[in-house]
Write a protein that binds this ligand. Sequence first.
Ligand SMILES: [Zn+2]
Length: 200
Amino acid sequence: MATSGTQLDPRFQECRERCTFAFATATIFQKRARRYSKYLRRLTFLGLALPLAIGGVVGADLLKKKDVLAAFIWIAGIVGVVQLVVSLWSVVARWPENLESSLAASSENSRLTEEFDALAKQVINPPLQFGNDYSKLITQDNTQRLADEKQLISDRERMYGHRAALRQFSVKCSECNAVPNSREIPRFVTTRCGTCGGKK
Ligand SMILES: [Zn+2]
């Protein structure tokens, strides 16, 4: 906890706010990275499932019966088309590139979270190089924010990140005055808080 003296130091407040913001952004990109990783695992599975299934069926010599052969060709055709469409989708939607950039943004924002947290703790009794470290970190954070904005964060993702940060730091939402009890935005609520996405 900061003393009343340190709360007056604007650098303390700035460090805390940037720490929270970087944490929120890191959780947004972690969620994205998990999603793209899942998509790519499914794509790899699809790519392996068809040839393995063909190899298994041919190996077991099951294609002598006409009805089995017809059913197999039909199923293999469907799976093949699905695989092609999903592969095309992955290229157009740039899943591998998005996974890589999400991991990089998540990692960098996690680092900024830790460093702003460490700096905020030093404001009480700042070391000699505090001013330099503070300016350097603010510059790095501004650069990272600009890079993150180019990755087009949606309103729902911002809400998710904000909610995760409120929960992490046990801070009440400024709109509904509640501390979220989970990161996930509740699916069913009659009236939703426009800031944290929780029940209002
Ligand atoms: Zn709220």
